[in-house]
Design a protein around this ligand. Sequence first.
Ligand code: NAI
Length: 284
Amino acid sequence: MERIGVIGCGLMGSGIAEVLARSGLDVLVVERDQGALDLGRQRVNASLTKARAAGKISVEDAEDAGSRLRFSTDFAELSEFPFVIEAVAEDLAVKLDVFHRLDETMVDRGAILASNTSSIPIATLAAATTRPENVVGLHFFNPVPVMKLVEVTPSLLTSEATVTAAHALASEQLGKTPISSPDRAGFVVNALLIPYLLSAIRMFEAGVATAQDIDTGMTLGCAHPMGPLALVDLIGLDTTAAVAESLYAEFREIHFATPPLLARMIAAGQLGRKSGQGFYSYRQ
Ligand code: NAI
């Protein structure tokens, strides 16, 4: 495979596009409008510049990756691609629309349609297409250039060939470590992680400890690289809540319920790092 498409160039799509380009693939990134596309391009370029400055990649490799990335707002440009990874916002209606459009656009009936969704059933996305055997979950972790894990999730209808291709892309092409995960909300990692993050928010909301003390407790007490509230800020409060809601809708278990504080912070536009304010301030 020489080329691949990425839909959505936010936090995750930009990271996915970067690692694909760095692995030697030609990448076409499709965004919904010019404004989002410009932001996405800036995000990828800033990350490549940072990696170069930190000595993680050479000047030549950064330039080579940059030259492999193309940006567009036109889905039709994906028509001949063999593989696309969808990374638009965690919104069912938006994702269903994207899968429907990809199904109409992509000419090769063998083309693989992967989703980076954190919580929407792969079977639901597959049902928006006429080729459910080619639809698979490919769940990267944030920040994508750094995190090694990819969860590969087939639905009941995904073919063996599609699963094999998804594992091969993750491991052989990108050097990541794939694990097989079930088509259940939260897959493996978020089903464990989200209740932990929500518990930290409830602890903070109840005034049990400060955000700093909760995070210091978990970094120094449990050797986590980052505390739970800083991690929610990194993931995005809206994305965290969206994943929690999917888990709650599927399992109806109280530890997946969104704490009121999380909902109020989102209503106030405090989405974490991406908005400049979450449990911590990121404004310069
Ligand atoms: P984000 O909000 O940063 O980015 C979403 C991007 O999708 C935006 O740039 C937006 O313009 C674009 N978009 C929206 N509708 C579109 C359309 N119809 N066509 C093309 N582009 C469109 O969201 P983020 O955090 O990157 O999440 C994306 C996906 O990755 C979600 O499914 C999320 O659950 C998943 N994910 C998020 C992680 C995180 O830490 N934030 C971790 C792993 C997965």
